[in-house]
Design a protein around this ligand. Structure first.
Ligand code: ATP
Ligand code: MG
Ligand code: MG
Ligand code: MG
Length: 450
């Protein structure tokens, strides 16, 4: 179950009525046709991929400007679930969560030379005293400076694995593909501090394994490839890539050994594996995570030291690790969905169950009440589904129309009260997304299935 968060509380109900989540009260501009969606985006960006189109059509996101989106309530639900999985895996390896300012002083960036190196990707601004800042695109400088301020750090306290989940800002030359490449996006960034290079390498593998567990739990197939270090720097680097055709990265995979790399690190013209000379095949990927072994690149600039076992000061050995939170959401939708229907990793579906009562004025109208009772029975019998079940109460629409919407949004379970709900014995129609099956079940059967 999710923690008690304002979004999990059914506050969008008319006061005084039974607390059931009802679709009609959701803020979710829905049902847009493709041409309407193109109209929406033309103000800010082109319509470039399936996840972007589906997310716009179903009211998961709304464009605000080039590479900037409003994340609407369903997206926030999915994102909170994703962050929860990430939190669990980061904390299982000793990660501690913090939150650093978005405004990052130019001084810090000048110290490492990245104020110039980052070029036009940095969003720069000045305060009223003409002091310069950027909007954080990543936080190596800030965190190293923070750790350096701890003057009495002992080797006994290390390693530190510090992370945050925050908005990052990058003035991308070509923001596109919806949430896959935004100018404002959510990233989980972790920074690790060890007392030796050996320990730091162990930590590096520990975090990579945790990343693997995040993707496995989401049911997303990934490849871990050797990667170029770019402007972050360091010596060892890997990317976590989801093999997808719309990916902007090209991956070289050896058909013979375990060698895999982003061609940014390889000679792109090299047809053979540098390890075993086997044949390399290329595939496209979306970079969803990136890990770097930094050594003392940043700690030497900010003098981030600890006192070692011999009582002497020494520089901390660092690593940094990014996961693209909003990119993972969009990439999962891109990979799992059909052209017309969103499919989520089961763990991330914004709501698990959608109940569709019959149309008002139809022969089955009496079953509307049955649906409300079913809602209460499900949430009472299955506390883990509290806040996860909603009723599509737009009973002026036919069941068919609402089923189409539900299919498009990709609830793992859709339960319909149709003709057979009024016959004896009563049966509900259940659509199970994961098995692509439709079954008729009595009430207890529905509860057992869920
Ligand atoms: P890319 O090569 O796609 O531009 P990057 O290598 O610049 O990404 P990193 O600096 O490695 O990105 O950042 C860590 C992670 O943040 C990336 O692996 C990706 O998942 C995510 N990310 C980076 N840029 C964006 C963006 N513009 N929109 C959404 N997510 C992003
Ligand atoms: Mg980039
Ligand atoms: Mg990259
Ligand atoms: Mg990267």
């Amino acid at each position: 179950p999710l923690p008690q968060h304002p979004l999990c509380r059914p506050y969008h109900h008319p006061p005084g009525r039974v607390k059931r989540l009802v679709l009609s009260r959701f803020f979710q501009p829905q049902n847009l046709r493709e041409d309407q969606v193109v109209g929406l985006e033309s103000r800010s960006a082109e319509l470039t991929c399936k996840s972007q189109r589906l997310m716009l059509q179903t009211g998961l996101i709304h464009p605000a400007g080039p590479g900037c989106y409003h994340y609407l309530p369903y997206t926030i639900r999915a994102m909170e679930k994703l962050v929860r999985v990430i939190d669990q895996e980061m904390q299982a390896i000793g990660g501690q969560k913090l939150d650093m300012p978005t405004l990052s002083s130019a001084e810090l960036w000048r110290a490492t030379g990245r104020w110039n190196l980052m070029g036009r990707e940095l969003f720069r601004l000045q305060d009223r005293h003409n002091k310069e800042y950027c909007l954080g695109p990543t936080h190596e400088e800030a965190i190293t400076c923070l750790v350096a301020s701890q003057k009495t750090l002992s080797y006994k306290q290390l390693p530190y694995l510090l992370y945050q989940v925050t908005r990052k800002f990058r003035d991308e030359p070509r923001p596109r593909f919806g949430l896959l490449r935004g100018r404002e996006f959510y990233m989980k960034d972790m920074y690790t501090f060890d007392c030796s290079s050996e320990a730091a390498h162990q930590t590096y593998e520990l975090v990579c394994d945790a990343y693997g567990r995040v993707f496995n739990r989401l049911g997303l197939q990934f490849v871990r490839v050797q990667a170029a270090v770019g402007s972050i720097g360091g010596t060892i680097s890997h990317e976590f890539q989801l093999p997808l055709n719309i990916g902007e990265d090209v991956l070289a995979i050896c058909s013979n050994c375990s060698f895999t790399a982003n061609v940014e690190k390889l000679d792109p013209k090299q047809p053979n594996c540098p390890v075993c000379q086997g044949k390399l095949t290329e595939t496209k990927g979306v970079e969803v995570g990136h890990t770097f072994y930094l050594g003392t690149k940043y700690s030497s600039v900010f003098n981030a030291e600890f006192v070692n076992a011999q009582g002497k000061p020494a520089l901390v050995e660092m690593g940094c690790y990014g996961l693209g939170v909003t990119r993972i959401l969009a990439a999962a939708i891109e990979g799992l969905s059909t052209e017309e229907c969103i499919r989520w990793p089961g763990l991330l579906a914004p709501y698990q169950v959608c109940l569709i009562p019959p149309k008002k004025g139809s022969k089955e109208e009496m079953a509307i009440e049955l649906m409300e009772t079913l809602y209460d029975d499900i949430t009472e019998a299955l506390p883990q589904l509290q806040g996860e079940v909603l009723i599509d109460d737009r009973t002026h629409l036919t069941i068919g129309n609402r089923l189409k919407d539900a299919n498009k949004l990709g609830y793992p379970f859709v339960v319909i009260a149709g003709k057979r709900a009024l016959e004896q014995p009563r049966h509900f129609e259940v659509w199970c997304q994961s098995t692509d099956e439709v079954v008729f079940l009595p009430k207890q059967g529905v509860i057992d299935l869920l």
